[in-house]
Write a protein that binds this ligand. Structure first.
Ligand SMILES: Cc1ncc(COP(=O)(O)O)c(C=O)c1O
Length: 378
């Protein structure tokens, strides 16, 4: 983790708002996950942080990529020299999975130029794939319980497990090739039961599909691996131990098991530095207006349901304070309860664990520019 004196020096040199991404931490997080789940091939979910330099760093770690759009697909091709310019028949299944169950027809037409894996969860998508990208390797996404996960995903995606064998049958009848199953237990998932139930349901479907004469060879357990935002999360190692055991119990070694981690790889790798640009006293507390907020890097307050906390570089008696962003919208309130020393205009604050679902969903609302990204230890 970057030291505070260094962080402050960088912010003074580069200006604020500044998002410092430490690639040593990206690598360490990837290696930790790989060590805990050694059977799994990891496909980094680019949506969690689309910074191109992260694609390159993870390529050196032998990561694959989960992409949600043609733009993300192309970002991988552009940032990985050995994939650039690849054509159909070049085997890139081990590097990219299009893990969005709904793909525009135009995207499918472009993806037909590659030999790619993609998810689906309904008949209409299968027909579209048949028309535009019939040689894709298909992965049927299941609807699984997301109980207790911070970001819920099952309301929008996944076929009910009971309907999955018929849907997979329909795909084969259309002449398509179904390679396996996927699920996502919801992001920032601390409830191991979500994974265990989903693994059990997947194993049942593997069996039923086999009885119907088709073999599946891939299981994608999605993302969701939790990050220690406030220290209350259970240690990941204990969760991983149960996952390893259950995966090995339910899925023989010839089944490839993959995951699409996003948050786990990048959340703790980035620190945001902001500057106090305004100050007032309201409702019995100091309110600090800073130059980044929920329309910018801290967009995760809204979209990702993560409460971000500010720390001051300077010392002093701490008082309950509020920190708000720079735009004209009152929604742009990052926190109404921070313990901070009294700050002056020009003082800097920092926010740890800002690497996932932050810069990727930042806007330039009201004309305020996005934070500058500084990659260190690349
Ligand atoms: C299909 C899919 N895969 C992977 C991810 C990454 O999940 P996480 O950041 O929780 O690891 C997401 C997140 O929304 C997703 O929708």
């Amino acid at each position: 983790m970057i030291s505070l004196p260094k962080l402050k020096r960088l912010a003074e040199r580069e200006g604020t708002p500044l998002l410092v991404i430490d690639h040593d931490v990206v690598r360490a997080n990837y290696q930790r996950l790989h060590k805990q789940l050694p059977r799994l091939d990891l496909y980094f979910a680019i949506k969690s942080n689309p910074e191109p330099q992260i694609i390159s760093t993870l390529y050196a770690e032998k990561s694959g990529y989960d992409v949600a759009s043609l733009q993300e697909y192309e970002a991988v091709l552009e940032n990985i020299p050995t994939l650039r310019g690849k054509k159909r028949d070049d085997f890139i299944w081990d590097k990219i999975i299009v893990a969005n169950t709904i793909k525009p027809a135009e995207t499918l037409k472009q993806l037909a130029n590659y030999n790619t894996l993609m998810t689906f969860d309904n008949r209409y998508e299968l027909e579209k794939i048949k028309e535009h990208c019939p040689d894709a390797g298909l992965v049927c996404r299941l609807r699984v319980q997301n109980v207790g996960s911070v970001v819920e995903l099952s309301s929008k995606f996944g076929v009910e497990p009971g309907d999955a064998p018929n849907l997979i049958e329909q795909a084969f009848e259309l002449g398509l090739s179904v390679e396996g199953l996927s699920f996502h237990v919801g992001s920032q998932c601390t409830n191991i039961e979500n994974y265990l139930n989903a693994l059990e349901a997947s194993a049942q479907i593997f069996k039923e599909v086999k009885q119907r004469g088709h073999k599946l060879r891939l299981l994608n357990i999605g993302g969701g691996f939790p990050v220690p935002y406030d220290g209350s999360e259970p240690p990941f190692e204990a969760m991983a131990k149960k996952l390893r055991k259950e995966i090995d119990r339910l899925f023989p070694k010839h089944i490839s098991v993959v995951a699409e981690p996003g948050r786990f790889i990048v959340a703790t790798a980035a620190t945001l530095v902001v500057e106090v640009v305004g100050k007032s006293f309201r409702d019995d507390k100091w309110v600090y207006y800073v130059n980044d907020g929920v329309y910018g890097t801290l967009s995760g307050v809204i979209f990702d349901h993560i409460p971000y906390h500010f720390n001051a570089f300077k010392r002093g008696d701490k008082r309950l304070s509020a920190v708000v962003g720079p735009t004209c919208d009152a929604l742009d309130t990052v926190s109404t309860a921070e313990m901070l020393p009294e700050l002056n205009l020009g003082d800097l604050l920092y926010v740890r664990n800002c690497g996932a679902y932050t810069n990727g969903s930042a806007t330039t609302f009201n004309g305020f520019p996005k934070a500058k990204i500084l990659n260190i230890n690349t």
